[in-house]
Design a protein around this ligand. Structure first.
Ligand SMILES: [Zn+2]
Length: 295
């Protein structure tokens, strides 16, 4: 079976033809700039997909809140105007005559790691993605746990600071206000406004710039705080950390050490793993929507 797999994000859409074993025959990135031109997302994506042939199914990982049973977008922010309410599954099944499955990007990335990455052979694990915010997914018994209304694992909005910083969810003191890459950069910019992205912050950190070292250490503590509560709740054998900033082995090790320092003794065999699939996690996860469950 060959699967046309797409990962639709606010800045780029990645598309690949994937085999059942997770081999990508092609992998291409398209700018999502069209989203800001008022074009119909289904038309534009349909044209991109039409350039491919020989596939038996379409798997889609996408930004926004997804009704995976219906294969439609429940809500998307202004990064992709007009995307809310779009029925990806119905539209593409009709146009291409193959089964279509749709999942939100964080869940898809976790499934990708489960099938082809850090989660292989691990039946239960949590997956967290650190970036502008913090995304989460729960894999239980080899499958996604979606929750009562499909919204489980909003780990970015567990509260780590009662009555703390206001969050865009309307709450106060949410985890992502302190432990996202955005939070790291916000704190680093207070030292020097040139520290305006995670890459620069870590360059300075590796150069042992002491003020930046303190900011990074404090941020690692914030990351660990949330993880400790989640590990105490789920008692998982593993937690997989993804997102661009977590590509750095050293950072994952620092987080792991801090977690082990803070956690109850009986939970301390939990493994904190770096996600393995990088920017292909969404595409491979989208493809895996059509594969049978692996334990
Ligand atoms: Zn929040």
């Amino acid at each position: 079976m060959k699967i046309l797999a797409a990962d639709i994000g606010g800045t780029s859409t990645k598309v690949g033809l994937c085999s059942e074993g997770g081999q990508l025959e092609s992998f291409k990135e398209y700018s999502t700039e069209w989203a800001r031109t008022g074009l119909n997302p289904v038309d534009v994506l349909g044209e991109i997909f039409a350039a491919y042939s020989g596939f038996d199914a379409i798997g889609i990982s996408t930004a926004g809140q997804v009704d995976s049973a219906e294969g439609k977008i429940i809500y998307a922010n202004d990064n992709i105007p007009g995307y809310t309410g779009v029925r990806l599954k119905d539209s593409f099944q009709k146009r291409f005559g193959v089964p279509v499955k749709v999942e939100n990007d964080v869940n898809a990335a976790a499934l990708g790691e489960k099938h082809f990455g850090a989660g292989r052979g691990v039946a239960d694990f949590l997956c967290l993605t650190y970036g502008t915010g913090i995304g989460g997914a729960i894999i239980l018994g080899g499958e996604l746990y979606r929750g009562h209304t499909g919204s489980a694992a909003e780990f970015g909005h567990i509260i780590t600071h009662p009555l703390g910083r206001p969050c865009n969810c309307g709450g106060l003191g949410c985890y992502e206000q302190y432990a996202s890459t955005t939070a790291l950069v916000r704190n680093a910019k207070e030292i020097d406004k040139l520290y305006n992205n995670g890459r620069i912050v870590f360059e300075k950190f590796f150069q042992r710039e002491s003020s930046v070292e303190k900011v990074v250490q404090d941020w690692v503590f914030e990351i660990a705080l949330g993880l400790v509560s989640l590990i105490h709740t789920f008692n998982p054998p593993a937690v997989v950390l993804g997102g661009g900033i977590m590509e750095q082995e050293l950072l994952v090790r620092m987080v792991s050490d801090k977690v082990k320092e803070l956690i109850m003794e009986s939970f301390s065999d939990v493994k904190i793993l770096k996600a393995e699939l990088g920017n292909k996690a969404g595409v491979l996860g989208a493809a895996s929507l059509h594969l049978t469950r692996v334990s």
